[in-house]
Design a protein around this ligand. Structure first.
Ligand code: CMC
Length: 435
């Protein structure tokens, strides 16, 4: 373990003379962690932590979150500085390599990624195997998983060059797969990528262009999309990233691992929340219905949550939500949208929630998804594609975390234990003797 050993705590098993000195580990910043790896061997007991709220499952140098203060750093750089001054591919380089690139490194990385944007032509036929009305996340799970059936030449995870090519391929091909999932759904021809365009620009081109006409991507919208990608690029050991790491810990190839991450991201408690926010706003319908909706959210028996609010780690305003809110205003202004009903309702919901004792006492604040759906909708992106865009961006974080794990010499297969609550040992009863 490279985190420094820094003191210890002593655990004593009540009613016995057994005790264990548990070393404390410190990272660069953030809370210390008790290294309980010897606990079972010494005292014969497991730790129990549903949802892993107090468990550090790995060491990582990529992302740091201080949930109480609302801080998010990638390789030490604050998210607001990256969103305002950097671009998505530069952030991708930073995550993968640890440092910001100089001009030559950035150009080479850009070329390296864009060189891989096309899909193997035979992958086209996979799309027609899906129903036209399939959710694009279902198509993403299938087609991304299928990449390992096409790129055999980069599947050796012990080979550094293979790992790098796979990373390039995933970052480069995800926008093409995402745009084609959309085109297939609406029955338009697939648009091949254009490597002379920027990363986000190329994605918007493949989504919106048709072969019959020239199409120019609005640079303000391309910039907004790039920023949305940056804001979603990585978020430490969240559910989908942990899924990628767990799948990767078995030695599975990176394409299979990222497909597992996409499946995990799909749920409404995670990446599916941006889609759920818009559905919620549509259901509320108009501002006068907000107070009644808030009452429903506060009633535990209703099962209704204020989507886009609350976070496992942030007990303060999600720093990404602030930038997203600002981007939202910029995009609506650029598109000449004045007084957007959805945005007005979201602002009113936020205002009421931030003054309500229920949300204050539970430290529930807007998260990254509260405003992202409104921007994407204004940009003409259909609701079903919201989580897909999240997957495109998060691929950078997933592959960086996967690479970091594979290159970590202390890495072992992930294998949690359990508290067994089923039947104790009993003898088999033949069918003729069962009551
Ligand atoms: N609306 C109403 N009540 C909530 C909400 C919400 N959005 N979120 C949490 N609570 C309540 C919850 O009922 C619980 O109350 P009590 O202590 O009385 O039982 C308390 O707050 C703690 O909630 P929890 O479910 O134990 O917290 P968690 O850390 O397990 O869940 C969360 C975090 C993000 C799943 C949850 O806040 C949530 O469901 N939010 C809405 C969905 C959402 O916006 N997800 C996107 C997260 S950010 C992007 C991403 O990660 O992909």
């Amino acid at each position: 373990m490279s985190g420094t050993a820094n003191g210890s705590l002593t655990l004593t098993l009540d009613g016995s003379n057994k005790s264990l000195s548990v070393p404390l580990r410190s990272g660069t910043i953030g809370p210390q962690a008790a290294d309980i790896s010897k606990l079972y061997g010494s005292l014969g007991i497991f730790t129990y932590d549903i949802g892993y709220g107090a468990t550090a499952a790995c060491e990582s140098k990529i992302t740091y979150i201080d949930g109480d203060e609302g801080v998010l750093l990638h390789r030490g750089y604050p998210i607001d500085q990256l969103a305002e001054q950097s671009n998505f591919l530069e952030v991708a380089y930073l995550m993968l390599n640890g440092e910001l690139p100089n001009k030559a490194e950035a150009d080479e990385f850009h070329k390296g990624v864009m060189h891989h944007t096309m899909l193997h032509e035979q992958l086209r036929s996979f799309f027609s195997g899906f129903r036209r009305d399939a959710h694009p996340m279902a198509v993403m799970c299938g087609v991304v998983g299928a990449l390992s059936a096409f790129y055999h030449d980069s599947l050796d995870i012990t080979n550094e060059q293979h790992r790098e090519i796979s990373a390039f391929r995933l970052i480069a091909k995800l926008p093409t797969i995402a745009a084609w999932a959309y085109k297939y759904n609406i029955g338009q021809p697939f648009m091949y990528p254009r490597n002379d365009l920027g990363y986000a620009e190329n994605f918007l081109y493949m989504m919106n262009a048709v072969p019959a006409e020239e199409y120019k991507v609005n640079p303000i919208l391309a910039r907004a999309m790039d920023r949305i990608f940056i804001l979603h690029a990585d978020h430490e050991q969240n559910a989908s990233t942990s899924t990628v790491r767990l799948a990767g810990s078995t030695g599975a190839n990176p394409f299979a691992c990222i497909a597992a991450g996409i499946a995990s991201l799909w749920g409404p408690a995670h990446g599916g929340a941006n889609e759920a926010v818009l559905k919620m706003l549509e259901e509320i319908g108009s501002p006068e219905n907000i107070p009644a909706f808030i009452e429903k959210v506060k009633d535990k028996n209703s099962g209704v949550r204020l989507m886009g609010f609350g976070h496992r780690v942030y007990k303060n305003y999600d720093p990404r939500a602030k930038i997203m809110q600002q981007t939202c205003h910029e995009v609506l202004k650029e598109l000449g949208i004045k007084g957007d009903k959805m945005l007005d309702m979201a602002a009113e919901l936020e205002r009421i929630a931030l003054h309500d004792e229920y949300f204050i006492s539970k430290k529930l604040y807007p998260n990254v998804d509260f405003y992202s759906g409104i921007i994407l909708k204004a940009m003409g992106i259909p609701t079903s594609m919201f989580t897909v865009l999240f997957a495109v961006a998060r691929t950078v974080g997933w592959i960086s975390q996967w690479k970091e794990m594979i290159e970590d010499k202390t890495q072992r297969i992930g294998r949690p234990r359990q508290i067994y609550t089923g039947s104790p040992l009993r003898d088999f009863v033949p069918a003729s003797k069962r009551g």
